[in-house]
Design a protein around this ligand. Sequence first.
Ligand code: BES
Ligand code: MN
Ligand code: MN
Length: 456
Amino acid sequence: MEHIKNYINQHQERFISELMDMLRIPSVSADSKYKDDVLRNAEFVKKSLVEAGADKVEVCLTPGHPIVYAEKIIDANLPTVVVYGHYDVQPPDPLDLWDSPPFEPVIKDGLIVARGSCDDKGQMFMHVKAFELMMKTDALPCNVKFMIEGEEEVGSSNLGNWIRENKERLKGDVILISDTSIIANDIPSIDVGLRGLSYVEVEVAGPNRDLHSGVYGGAVANPIAILCEMISKCKDENNHITIPGFYDKVLTLTKEEREELNRAPFSLDEYKKDLNIDDVHGETGYTTLERTGIRPTFELNGIWGGYIGEGAKTVLPSKAFAKISMRLVPNQTSDEITKLFADHFNSLAPTSVKVKVTPHHGGEPVVTPTDSIAFKAASMAMEATFGKKPIPTRGGGSIPIVALFEKELGLKSVLMGFGLDSDLIHSPNEHYGVFNFLKGIETIPVFFKNFTDLSK
Ligand code: BES
Ligand code: MN
Ligand code: MN
């Protein structure tokens, strides 16, 4: 382990400044005006992998944003770790809530502040630097392949096809991903589950044009009011989702499994204080950890319609819209849930309006094994570098591609993330601790060594 610490001590300033260079590239995958920047970021990843010593480094174009592939095969008889990460980021909006511009990274109180600093450029780049470290110190113990994509934040739809077309070149023994959180810097943890996602947009259309709210109001359906009524019918007073069939396939955990999950350190008081709320809100009968870890949800992400400019305008709008996401748990599937939702939503519509449901992207839930060599290797690596055995936890977010890796490549993933839930990913002032960045670079080579040793 000495070689790891020494190399990091000698090169940490450069690691951080290289990461900051990448954070200056606004690689927002959702917005086509950033298309060239996303490509520029792919080229940046390519260049850093080449410099670190990877072979066959390639920017693979897709109908969407590119995937960067690279590999270092030292011996076909040794195991192969496939590293996955993403270089695309969420839109930085709302810009006025940032204390410093989202694509002008700064270090403040030991935190690297920029969009993508934690999710996932900072975490992905730990793997590039850990690989550089292993190459330069002659300590790469097995083969490695990199698959770094630019469409994770928009559902990874092209990566799915690309994986199917590149099965041969992606052969390996495990997928290693750093794109999740730990409980705290002194309480390491490893996510062993991710939720799936069904994301839809709905439109409720009333009259064929915006109307005078006095001349027509009271006699014609108001699409905003109807939309709100329809949405409120999707949950009951216990915050239980009322879509028929929604829970049919939900895997229920045993009493022991629930107890185990709730043993993870968690303070409801601190949680509320951090969010400045007087109370939490969710499905009756479940704890906060269960509500985010093992239960499905129905959430509104945006809702609009009518006049929202300055002052008052008396208008009865023609249309109203909402973006809705449902987080899924094993064994729900996104196609099925999207269909159940669409049928239900259509059935709720009064004859005075027309409803359109447009599916966006989806993703399937996963549970990763805790009895595998790879999980042991990760657990032992974190124990070595944090000085404490990591706790298995369930993450509430989604990484759509993880289920596909298993389906298409037969490969299980290890979710060895180093972020914190308080890193404000997807929010203004996203940041990533210098501590976490360096801790990741320190831990990854230990994982490689453990995984290789345990595979023998
Ligand atoms: N890295 C996150 C997922 C995540 C964060 C998992 C924290 C566990 C803990 C990922 O980049 C993400 O944001 N995924 C999206 C899904 C996507 C289809 C937009 C999500 O979860 O909303
Ligand atoms: Mn991510
Ligand atoms: Mn994300």
